[in-house]
Design a protein around this ligand. Structure first.
Ligand SMILES: [Zn+2]
Length: 309
C-alpha cells in the first residue's frame, strides 16, 4: 500500500481523497540572506492560515502539498503546528529553490552533500525539526538551467531513486517547455525515470506540443496556477491536454496561500477552494466526466506522491 509522508507521519493513500499537489502555507521570498528569513510567531501563522485550511477541508480537500523548499523560508515547525489543528494532511518539501535563492551552504556544497541533505530531509527531518519531507522540490532559472541547478537535479534524482520520492521543479519563462525536457534528461541521466518528475507551472508553456513531448517521457503536467482571473486559459489548457490523451498525467492546483513573514498578519492570503467550487464545475459543464475529474484530482496525485518505501 503506497503511503504519503505528511508532516505528522506517513498516511496510506487509501485514507485520502482529493489532493492539492501545489500550494503554499508559509513562504518567504525576501532572499536567502535576509535576517529572520522564514521566522514568525506560530500563533500569528495559525491565526492567518487556520480558516483557509478549515475552508479547504469543508470543500472536500483531504491533503495539501506545500511546495516551499530551502532558501524561500521553509518552516517545518509552522507546517507541523498547522497540521496539528486541521484534518487536512500537509506534505512538506525537501530540496532547494533556484540559484538566485540558494542559501550560503548550498553555493559551496558538492553534489554528494546536496544529495545527503535531501536524504536527511526525507528520512530524518528538515533542519533538525524531526518533520520529514514527503517529496523533493527544485526550481530552475528562466534564462537557462545553471550548473548549480543541474547539480541539484542530479542530487535529487539519486535521493528520489533511493527513497521513492517524486521530484517537482518550478520551470518558468519563455523557454519552460525546453527546460522541462532538459530537466527530464538530467534526471534520467542520474537514474530517475521521467515518470517520477512533475513539471511545475506547465501553464507557462502554451504549447500543447511541448506538453505532449514532456508527457511522452512519463512526467506529470502541473497546471497549478488556477485562479478566477485565468479561468478560460486554464480550461483550454486542461481540455486540450485531455483531448490529447494526457489525463493520467494532469495535476491541478492553485499555487495559493500563503503566510509571508515580515508582513502584518502574514500579508494577503489566497484560499484553496476555487478548484472545487468553480473550476471543476466548469470542466463538468464542458463534458468532463466524474471518472476523469477523480483521475486528475485524486488518483494522479496519489500515484505521484505515494511511496512504497
Ligand atoms: Zn509554488
Amino acid at each position: 500500500m503506497p503511503m504519503i509522508q505528511t508532516v505528522l507521519g506517513p498516511v496510506p493513500v487509501e485514507r485520502l481523497g482529493l489532493i492539492l499537489p501545489h500550494e503554499h502555507l508559509f513562504t518567504d521570498l525576501r532572499g536567502a540572506d535576509t535576517p529572520g528569513l522564514g521566522e514568525a510567531d506560530l500563533d500569528d501563522v495559525q491565526a492567518a492560515m487556520q480558516r483557509h485550511l478549515d475552508a479547504a477541508w469543508a470543500a472536500g480537500i483531504t491533503a495539501l502539498v506545500e511546495c516551499t523548499p530551502a532558501g524561500v523560508g521553509r518552516n517545518p515547525l509552522a507546517l507541523k503546528r498547522l497540521a496539528q489543528h486541521t484534518p487536512v494532511a500537509i506534505v512538506a518539501a525537501a530540496g532547494l529553490y533556484r540559484q538566485e535563492f540558494l542559501p550560503r551552504w548550498a553555493l559551496a556544497a558538492s553534489e554528494a552533500e546536496v544529495e545527503a541533505r535531501m536524504l536527511a530531509e526525507l528520512n530524518e527531518g528538515i533542519d533538525g525539526s524531526g518533520v520529514r519531507a514527503g517529496f523533493i522540490k527544485l526550481a530552475v532559472s528562466n534564462e537557462g538551467i545553471t550548473e548549480l541547478e543541474k547539480r541539484d537535479l542530479r542530487a535529487a534524482a539519486r535521493a528520489a531513486a533511493q527513497t521513492g520520492a517524486v521530484v517537482a521543479s518550478h520551470t518558468s519563462g519563455l523557454l519552460s517547455g525546453a527546460h522541462a525536457l532538459e530537466e527530464v534528461e538530467i534526471l534520467e541521466s542520474a537514474g530517475l525515470p521521467g515518470s517520477r518528475f512533475i513539471w511545475v507551472h506547465t501553464q507557462n508553456s502554451p504549447h500543447l506540443a511541448e506538453h505532449r513531448a514532456v508527457a511522452a517521457r512519463g512526467a506529470y503536467l502541473g497546471f497549478d496556477g488556477l485562479s478566477p482571473e485565468r479561468e478560460e486559459a486554464f480550461l483550454k489548457l486542461v481540455l486540450d491536454a485531455l483531448g490529447a490523451g494526457l489525463g493520467r498525467q494532469i495535476l491541478l492546483s492553485h499555487d495559493a496561500g500563503w503566510y509571508r513573514p515580515g508582513e502584518p498578519g502574514g500579508g494577503k492570503v489566497r484560499g484553496y477552494t476555487y478548484l472545487v467550487e468553480r473550476f471543476l464545475p466548469r470542466l463538468r459543464e464542458r463534458g468532463v466526466d466524474e471518472a476523469t475529474i477523480r483521475l486528475m484530482t485524486d488518483e494522479n496525485p496519489k500515484r505521484a506522491f505515494g511511496k512504497t518505501r
